[in-house]
Write a protein that binds this ligand. Structure first.
Ligand code: SF4
Length: 99
């Protein structure tokens, strides 16, 4: 399975401040119903600027299943370590999680 290194937003911790959205250069994140959501995973550069911006520790990075342009962001075909197992991180596919 091919995965990309991308943010997961823990909805229970997100306060909706929007700092991560502002910090995301390629505008991969957006506010949806007051919670940050990875709406454009294809544009994510895997640079973790959103994590640095979040004051509430509401974002964690994980290898998430995705197909697309492998020249944008960090990708793994299984060769790299996966802090969150790729299959476990599939969740609802939009980068948010209620964990
Ligand atoms: S910076 Fe953190 S708390 Fe603020 S909107 Fe983003 S995920 Fe939510």
């Amino acid at each position: 399975m091919v995965c990309k290194w991308m943010p997961i937003i823990v909805a229970d911790r997100c306060t909706g401040c929007g700092l991560c959205v502002d910090a995301c250069g390629p505008k991969s994140l957006a506010m949806v119903d007051g919670i940050a959501v990875l709406t454009l995973p294809d544009t994510c550069g895997s640079e973790e600027h959103c994590i640095a911006a979040c004051r509430d520790e509401a974002i964690q990075m994980a290898w998430l299943p995705l197909s697309g342009d492998r020249t944008v962001g960090r990708w793994s075909d299984g060769a790299e370590p996966r802090p969150v197992p790729c299959s476990d991180a599939a969740q609802d596919g939009n980068g948010s999680s209620a964990q």
